[in-house]
Design a protein around this ligand. Structure first.
Ligand code: XLS
Ligand code: CA
Ligand code: CA
Length: 457
């Protein structure tokens, strides 16, 4: 029998998983359309082809749905277990068959939302085997399934990452573990996922510090652990170049949780670390809204600082809770906060390889499969709405104008002379004396600027 040409598309892009009520992908229905209480759901603001500052809305926002919160987390908290009861978590099932079922539902959600990207950890997508070889193979098998599904649906991979924190072997960290065998094991795991990310044409590879931190200095050699972490990052970068992976390597800062002190505390700390290890041109940051809050910063502070330092990469969009001190990873729903974050991102030129990943999870009482659709759709709509407001802030130009004016002295003779290194401390002292300089304080106009921002809503 003659061999037929292998078919590229194994699944019809329109084939649903049957897990959600919605059958057809969400469409733009316009701002008058009522939110999700009224079915069928439609986007009020998310209009992928609409041009926003010269780029399609879809290309400005580069939405990604994350695998872990939506398809792996069962709704457990420290006081109770599985509330979601996803069918692929049923006891006694074949773990690889369950992983395939999970992938079917995941790609169905991406399709229904029209989400252009997704993100995953190796352990999210495939079960851990008896050996690392087996685990890696499981990951690669699901990777093959992804390749087919990505070709069939057009969904792309924003980033892949390795879970170096759940298994008990990592309880004292991965790269920063006191045992070099754990370091080696973590390296082997990262190699596998980095290669898979490369093969799936992923646009970035993320390293979140997981358990890279400490609980007590009584059992921790900080100096050694930081050196180990620096070595690990260098190994990842070397391997990236060996592979010819053109994506960006990203570190995701977080100040605490799971460890009391995480080494990748915030953007400033990560930048210092990168400089110390000669990596500031190689690695950028993936900034998460909730982590910024936990570090005592605003999201836009972390974004602007990363831009100022030249290491802005991507964002994990979510929301923390003002009353809780931990990483609640809620879906974003605060329009002004998101608009300001997007304003800073757009002002810095927008995303390159990065995107907007919803590292966000349902509340554990949101147990209907449709809650996954609603939460993501509403979050995408909110971000699209926020993007349009950010566009107004930029197009109007008043905010940029006042900033230029506020610092205009630095474009003049004195400012340029100082920054150009042409004026010594003694020169400046002589100048103030000779010209009887007496600076005139000017208003920072914060309230006026805040009102101006509100006028864009
Ligand atoms: C955990 C982190 C994690 C990373 C990916 O707090 O947000 O989910 O985004 O490893
Ligand atoms: Ca995150
Ligand atoms: Ca988080």
């Amino acid at each position: 029998m003659a061999k037929s040409k292998p078919k590229r598309k194994t699944a019809s892009p329109a084939a649903g998983s049957g897990y959600f009520t919605l059958q057809e992908p969400l469409r733009f229905a316009g701002p008058r359309f009522k939110p999700s209480a009224q079915r069928p759901l439609g986007y009020r603001w998310y209009e992928p082809d609409r041009l926003v500052l010269g780029r399609r809305m879809e290309d400005q926002l580069r939405f990604a749905v994350c695998y872990w919160h939506s398809f792996v987390w069962p709704g457990s908290d420290p006081f109770g277990g599985d509330t979601f009861q996803r069918p692929w978590h049923a006891a006694g099932g074949d773990p690889m068959a369950q992983a395939r079922q999970k992938a079917e539902v995941a790609f169905d959600l991406f399709r229904l939302l029209r989400a252009p990207y997704f993100t995953f950890h190796d352990r999210d997508i495939a079960p851990e085997g008896a050996t690392l070889r087996e685990s890696n193979l499981n990951v690669r098998r699901i990777g093959e399934l992804f390749e087919k599904k990505m070709a069939a649906t057009g969904v792309k991979l924003l980033w892949g990452t390795a879970n170096l924190f759940s298994n008990r072997r990592y309880m004292a960290g991965a790269a920063t573990n006191p045992d070099p065998e754990v370091f080696a094991y973590a390296a082997a795991q990262v190699k596998n996922v980095l290669e898979l990310t490369h093969e799936l044409k992923g646009e970035n590879y993320v390293l979140w510090g997981g358990r890279e931190g400490y609980e007590t200095l009584l059992n921790t050699d900080l100096k050694r652990e930081l050196a180990q972490l620096g070595r690990f990052m260098n190994l990842v970068v070397e391997h990236k170049h060996k592979l010819g992976f053109k994506g960006t390597i990203l570190i995701e800062p977080k100040p605490a949780e799971p460890t009391k002190h995480q080494y990748d505390y915030d953007v400033a700390t990560v930048f210092g670390f990168l400089k110390a290890h000669g990596l500031e041109k190689e690695i950028k940051v993936n900034i998460e809204a909730n982590h910024a809050l936990l570090a005592g910063h605003t999201f836009e502070h972390e974004i602007s600082l990363a831009q100022a330092l030249g290491i802005f990469g991507s964002i994990d969009m979510n929301r923390g809770d003002e009353l809780l001190g931990w990483d609640t990873d809620q879906f974003p729903n605060n329009l002004p906060q998101v608009a300001l974050a997007l304003f800073h991102i757009l002002q810095g030129g927008g995303f390159t390889t990065g995107g907007l990943n919803f590292d966000a999870k349902l509340r554990r009482q949101s147990i209907d499969p449709d809650d996954l659709v609603i939460a993501h759709a509403e979050a995408m709509d909110l971000c699209a709405h926020a993007l349009l407001i950010a566009e107004k802030m930029i197009a109007d130009g008043a905010l940029a104008q006042q900033l230029r004016q506020r610092y205009s002295g630095w474009d003049g003779k004195l400012g340029r002379g100082i920054l150009g290194g042409k004026r010594s401390l003694a020169d400046l002292a002589a100048l103030v004396d000779k010209e009887s300089i007496e600076p005139r304080p000017r208003s920072g106009r914060q309230e006026a600027l805040e009102a101006l921002v509100n006028s864009y809503f």
